[in-house]
Write a protein that binds this ligand. Structure first.
Ligand code: FES
Length: 133
């Protein structure tokens, strides 16, 4: 199967590979797996005081398309709000990378990983009502 140039580029020069401290209050971690193939993706976000995602890292144990999707996802979410990041659709990722139909689930993994990281971050924050007390 032929990969697009963008997939090969992200695969060979993945952006933002690494790990953030998952115990830190300002870090959200998403760990998701694809039932279809068993590939696993970890995506982490670090949220700044202004509510913007100031850093993002990933580690993906998976195919080239999954690595490219997570690399692209970390690039896209930096500088965004949590809502903006969580609204990124896998179809945008798949389109940008020109993924063939059989590789669409790899981009779904990236969308799920972003959402999981955002949810994890939110779950760590004190509830608004408690904070007001
Ligand atoms: Fe499963 Fe790509 S083949 S994530």
């Amino acid at each position: 199967m032929a990969y697009s140039d963008k997939v090969v580029d992200h695969y060979e020069n993945p952006r933002n590979v690494g790990t953030l401290d998952k115990n830190s209050e300002d870090v959200g971690t998403g760990l998701v797996g694809a039932p279809a193939c068993g590939d696993v993706m970890k995506l982490q976000i670090k949220v700044g005081a202004g509510g913007l995602i100031e850093d993002a890292k990933f580690k993906t144990f998976g195919c080239g398309s999954a690595i490219a999707s997570s690399s692209l996802a970390t690039e896209w979410i930096k500088g965004k709000t949590l809502d903006e990041a969580a609204s990124i659709r896998n179809t945008e990722i798949a389109q940008h990378l020109s993924l063939p139909p059989v590789k669409i689930h790899c981009s779904v993994l990236a969308e799920d990983a972003i959402k999981a990281a955002v949810a994890d971050y939110r779950a760590k924050q004190p509830k608004a009502s408690e904070a007001a007390e």
